[in-house]
Design a protein around this ligand. Structure first.
Ligand code: ADP
Ligand code: MG
Length: 710
């Protein structure tokens, strides 16, 4: 409000002469209200202006004050130049009214002094004078710094309107100054606020960037979903694309998308679990989810219900974690443990079976020797032996799977072995199968039981042939490999072999296998072939053999896409030329003994009996013992014995191996042959001659021939 609110009003009349008393003090007008200046209501919107009136005559002071009185106007009076100067120092005035004639310091001097002070140099000064208008004084007054003159006797209207001009000017200037100040303050405040805002924005951006960095680098997707099926995605962190191949917008843009790609077998469980989140407050589930590359991956999905907030719908906050790798390893482990358990079971059965077969074969061998001349009976016995022998083969394969079969590992160079073996394979598989071999030049030697290695490859080849009824190609590839990570289902407690290895793969172009078959092929007796065609033991044997050789085996197969079976063996430590090639050929005919005494130690009476009878037929004199302890007692008594034939597993303090070691220590002239249907005899294999049960009479004779000749 810059308009002046001082109304010039009231009756006007001439004031008395210069220094005389005021002739007339006008009454305040009705509009201004009764009472003095201080009593009038001040408007807080209007700048209060101060006016200094200087006159040595108090009556004049009173008169002028009366004339000027108005709201928001403060009249300050001074009755001398000194008093005026003191006020000028402390107060700020809109205008100063000076009486010219005053004792000591007159108006001109005072004006000059007021002008001389920086504080008051610009305050307008009006002289009140009784001098003539044309007088020289007027000029003097202007030179001293006056801006106007009011002549006495004072015309109230003239005085008031002159003063009003300066009060108005003062107010306007003051208002502009205050406005400027307010604006500057506002500007400063604005700057401050903007600074704060900038800082807050920066902090927010930083927090956001950090959050983004965390979200995108963790293998965890953060989600927010609706609480009702199909649990539409409201938010999905961007890293979902890295895990699934789909951008986050695919999830948030289509409410059904997330659930639609869950594996059909898992959908129900997931829907149930998520649906219960609203009542349980949390959820957790694992499921398979079809990713953009067409592969299912396993996800662990866990989360909580959002906290209750007024006016906001509840949501489910969750995290998704890719656990595919872990699940795969778990599955492999479960599979391996299952096979291990089955292996132990079959191993036990096969072992008992072998003992019984020893009895059958042994007795048949004995019977055959008594049938001189009876061709018909001889032929029957021969067929019976062949049948029993086939049974023994089967049991051996079971033992191979359960890793209870003794292995006679030697260093094998596949460069030497494979070409000859390929011939055998071509003959076995027939013309419709094209057999190919690719082999690295410098394949490292491996340490395996050669006969079992061949049997394993033959098993794989026969399976391949069965899978290619209309012919096809069988490729065997042999090469060096370096294995970095131990295989989960490997034979060692720490996993499969690592480092230098040899890979033998057998690949066919046959019908392939669905997953349900692939998962079970290593189980003994698992076969998809019609009865009589398959035993279900081929791959079991391969599995057992590979495990026992400290390697691992893997299958790649899909229906219609053929099958590739890869076996990895650890490379042998020290390549050597010894022990290469096959086992010695069987002796054609048993060689008779010359009455030497052989001590047979065997806890199974039937097995023992066969052994005794066989040895007697071969021309030896035989002593029997049921346990190692009994045999030791006989030797201690001084019974003369040329050779000890002992089972390994027996009841009593001394097992076969203990007995054999004691014999070697105390009676070194006695030769030792150990026999077992089990494979837990590796030490025995290294130390003593060994016969694997069930053995043929010819095998026993051959062993004895070699020993006794030496
Ligand atoms: P068997 O050959 O007596 O059936 P195996 O243990 O050798 O027993 O094989 C088990 C099963 O694995 C077979 O019945 C067959 O279903 C499947 N199988 C093995 N090898 C192959 C192959 N190369 N191609 C397709 N299926 C195979
Ligand atoms: Mg087979």
């Amino acid at each position: 409000m810059t308009d002046l609110a001082i109304g010039v009003s009231g009756p006007s009349g001439p004031l008395s002469g210069a220094n005389g008393p005021a002739a007339l003090i006008p009454e305040p007008s009705g509009a201004e209200g009764p009472g003095g200046a201080g009593a009038q209501a001040a408007d807080p919107e209007i700048v209060t202006a101060k006016i200094l009136v200087v006159d040595d005559d108090p009556r004049n002071l009173l008169a002028v004050a009366e004339i000027l009185r108005a709201p928001n106007l403060e009249i300050v009076t001074a009755d001398s130049g000194e008093a005026a100067l003191r006020r000028v120092l402390t107060d700020e005035f809109a205008v100063i009214l000076l009486d010219v004639q005053m004792p000591r310091i007159d108006g001109y001097e005072l004006a000059a002094m007021i002008r001389g002070r920086s504080h008051s140099s610009r305050v307008p000064i009006i002289f009140l004078t009784a001098y003539n208008k044309d007088d020289l004084h007027v000029f003097r007054g202007y030179t001293a710094g006056a801006v106007d003159y009011v002549f006495k006797p004072i015309e109230p209207l003239v005085l008031k309107s002159k003063v009003d001009v300066f009060v108005d000017l003062y107010r306007k200037t003051e208002e502009i100054r205050r406005q400027g100040e307010a604006e500057r303050r506002l500007l400063l405040e604005n700057l401050h606020v903007r600074g704060e805002k900038l800082k807050a924005e920066q902090a927010l951006r930083l927090a956001h960037e950090r959050q983004e960095a965390i979200l995108s680098s963790l293998p965890v997707v953060v989600t927010s979903r609706g609480v009702e099926a199909p649990f539409p995605a409201l938010f999905v962190s961007d890293n979902v694309e890295r895990l699934t191949g789909f951008p986050a917008e695919r999830f948030t843009g289509d409410p059904d998308f997330g659930v639609s790609r869950i594996h059909p077998e898992d959908v129900e469980g997931v829907t149930r679990e998520l649906g219960a989140a609203i009542t349980n407050g949390s959820y957790g589930c694992e499921y398979r989810w079809l990713c953009a590359d067409g592969q299912y991956r396993y996800f662990l999905d866990q989360g909580v219900l959002s906290p209750e907030v007024e006016g906001r719908a509840r949501e489910i906050f969750g995290t998704m974690f890719d656990i595919t790798e872990r699940r795969m390893l778990e599955q492999q482990l479960v599979h391996a443990s299952k096979l291990e358990a089955v292996g132990r079971l079959t191993g036990g059965v096969a072992h008992d079976f072998n003992n019984m077969l020893s009895v059958v074969i042994g007795n048949l061998d004995l019977l055959r020797n008594t049938l001189d001349g009876d061709d018909k009976a001889s032929r029957r016995v021969r067929l019976a032996i062949e049948g029993a022998q086939r049974c023994a083969d089967l049991t051996n394969r079971l033992l191979a799977f359960s890793r209870r079969q003794p292995v006679q590992a030697s260093i094998v160079r596949l460069q030497d072995l494979m070409p000859g073996f390929l011939e055998l394979m071509r003959r076995t598989l027939g013309e419709r199968i094209d057999v190919r071999l690719t082999m690295d030049e410098d394949v490292r030697p491996i340490e395996v039981d050669c006969a079992q290695f061949e049997a394993a490859l033959l098993n794989l080849a026969v399976n391949a042939r069965d899978a290619m009824p209309n012919g096809g190609t069988l490729t065997i590839a042999v090469g060096n490999r370096t294995i970095e990570e131990p295989h989960a289902a490997g034979s060692e407690p720490s996993g499969g072999p690592t480092g230098d290895c040899v890979l033998v793969s057998v690949t066919d172009t046959g019908v392939g296998m669905p997953l349900s078959v692939r998962e079970r092929v290593f189980e003994p007796f698992f076969t998809t072939k019609e009865s009589g065609k398959g035993t279900g033991l081929g791959l079991s044997m391969v599995y057992g053999f590979v495990q026992q050789s400290r390697g691992f085996v893997e299958i790649d197969s899909a229906p219609g896409e053929g099958t590739s079976i890869r076996i990895v063996f650890p490379a042998a430590e020290c390549p050597s030329d010894d022990g290469l090639g096959r086992n010695e050929p069987e002796a054609a005919m048993p060689v008779l003994g010359q009455g030497e005494t052989i001590l047979v130690v065997e806890d199974d009476p039937e097995v023992r009996q066969v052994a005794v009878a066989t040895l007697e037929t071969l021309g030896f004199s035989v002593r029997e013992a049921e346990t190692g302890d009994e045999a030791a007692a006989m030797l201690e008594r001084g019974d003369r014995v040329r050779l000890l034939l002992s089972d390994v597993r027996m009841p009593g303090v001394l097992n076969g191996l203990d007995l054999a070691r004691r014999v070697r220590r105390e009676w070194p002239s006695i030769d030792v042959v150990l026999t077992s249907g089990y494979a837990d005899v590796e030490d025995a294999l290294d130390e003593f001659h060994f016969l694997h049960k069930p053995y043929r009479a010819s095998d026993l004779a051959e062993k004895l021939r070699i020993l006794l000749k030496a």
